[in-house]
Design a protein around this ligand. Structure first.
Ligand code: 5AD
Ligand code: SF4
Length: 444
């Protein structure tokens, strides 16, 4: 039990992916269940936690620069507790305590459920703790606040953790451990808890949700889990991320026809259009196989939204390999694409590979690719002009002058309304399409 006399406000800075957002929510919910209050200001906080990402070098730099700023706060108010969690915490472990004397707590990716007892030991016994056992199964049934998600329209839900794929460039299997699927009953229970608090849209999370396998003999597969979650009354939309192309089954593709609540969108990272590079990446599919999956999805519905991840400048990537990536982008017309310059991660196979490209070449390829994708995104968005979309309204537009929501295909759409429609599902006619958003009119 945390001594709330000594600790009142907590501040969590979340970096990186949706899994980290989910983990920060879990910690927030535990802390609020113990009587702590959230603050947006680290200067006011008694407990500061940085939830870190280490997927690329830039993420590392961001985390350590934030840690530097938090250390300045701690130097002024020595009685506060400063912690680090997430992938850097897992990777570096106890070494972080040695390197940063101001740091009190290092929480690995599977240890978050134990935060209360750790804080108790820090506050009451003056210990410094590094807990990074990657062989653990994360605890999910911790004591938490029953109202943490109140007021939220959308939320994430982790259905599995870890990754067994060992793509040669990727640090994730090392910092998130082996794949482990959560029992279906636990997931459905958590989804019901979210819906009870008003959540309308749930995004199921895993490094590779397509390989979800739970229950006796691993019989419960992902499509069945989706069907059972879709039965929850009051839940309007389901999304999931991330999918690995090598595990995308016909059953899962059919789920998009059978389950109405499942949004017509899939994030399906392709990483490279060159089969030679895909092999070096250990991705276990060819560009042709990837394209076949995309056509199956777009056969269901030509408007089916496909988003993806791609890496440019993988070790040994030739001009010709890069051209193959551009060709694939040209052919597929992704709705959106997250593109990254290859970044060496210590301990991965790719880090040991020869023929590294220099930063200027990587940057130039990235720009060429992003310019092409911008055209494609606009093209896909323009095809929606004149069409009517179902929109879950989740707030106001960036400028605060209109309402804003997401289409089922996950595109941002802004529109005017005389009444407050936040949290509602409404019909909006698309009038104009831009690269980053759509503009439309509310239909009564
Ligand atoms: N360098 C660049 N991008 C990477 N990603 C993962 N590891 C690296 C790396 N070492 C990208 C992949 C993945 C996304 C989450 O991050 O595209 O799909
Ligand atoms: Fe990394 Fe590959 Fe696992 Fe995705 S599937 S987390 S890219 S190793």
């Amino acid at each position: 039990m945390i001594n709330t006399k000594k600790m009142k406000y907590y501040y969590i800075a979340t970096m990186g992916c949706q899994m980290n957002e989910y983990d920060s929510d879990s910690i927030g919910s535990i802390l609020q269940g113990q009587g702590l209050l959230s603050t947006e200001s680290p200067d006011k906080a008694d407990l500061i936690i940085i939830n870190t990402c280490t997927v690329r070098e830039k993420a590392d730099q961001k985390a350590f620069s934030l840690l530097g700023r938090m250390i300045i706060i701690k130097k002024k108010r020595s009685n506060i507790v400063l912690g680090m969690m997430g992938c850097i915490a897992q990777q570096e472990g106890r070494a972080l305590l040695k390197k940063f004397p101001e740091l009190d707590l290092v929480i690995g990716t599977r240890e978050k459920g134990n935060i209360s007892s750790m804080l108790d030991r820090i506050v009451n016994n003056g210990e410094r703790i590094a807990a990074t056992d990657i062989s653990l199964t994360s605890i999910h049934n911790f004591k938490h606040s029953e109202v943490f998600f109140k007021g939220r329209i959308k939320s994430n839900l982790s259905i599995m953790e870890g990754c067994n794929n060992f793509c040669s460039y990727c640090i994730v299997p090392y910092v998130r451990g082996r794949e482990e699927s959560r029992p279906q009953e636990d997931i459905v229970k958590e989804a019901k808890m979210l819906v009870k608090q008003g959540v309308k849209e749930i995004t199921l999370l895993g490094q590779n949700v397509n390989s979800y396998s739970a229950g006796k003999g691993g019989k419960v597969k992902f499509p069945e889990l989706l069907k059972n979650i879709a039965e929850i009354e009051g839940l309007h939309r389901i999304r999931f991320t991330t999918s690995h192309p090598k595990d995308l089954s016909d059953d899962l593709i059919n789920a998009f026809i059978e389950i109405e609540k499942l949004c017509q969108h899939m994030h399906l990272p392709f990483q490279s259009g060159s089969d030679r590079i895909l092999k070096l990446m250990n991705r276990k599919y060819t560009s042709k196989e990837y394209m076949r999956l995309v056509s199956m999805l777009r056969d269901i519905n030509p408007g089916f939204s496909i988003t993806s991840d791609v890496i440019v400048g993988f070790p040994g990537e030739s001009e010709d390999d890069f051209k193959k990536t551009l060709d694939l982008i040209e052919k597929i017309e992704f709705d959106n694409l997250f593109s990254f310059k290859y970044s060496d991660r210590k301990g991965t196979k790719a880090a040991e590979m020869p023929d590294k490209l220099d930063e200027t070449e990587k940057a130039s390829r990235l720009k060429t690719l992003q310019d092409l994708q911008k055209e494609k995104t606009l093209l896909r968005n323009k095809r929606l002009e004149g069409k009517t979309e179902e929109v879950l309204v989740d707030g106001l537009s960036k400028l605060g002058t209109q309402y804003s929501g997401r289409t089922g295909t996950n595109k941002i759409i802004n529109f005017n309304s005389d009444t407050n429609v936040i949290g509602d599902i409404v019909k909006v006619k698309v009038n104009r399409a831009f690269i980053n958003s759509l503009n439309g009119e509310l239909l009564i």
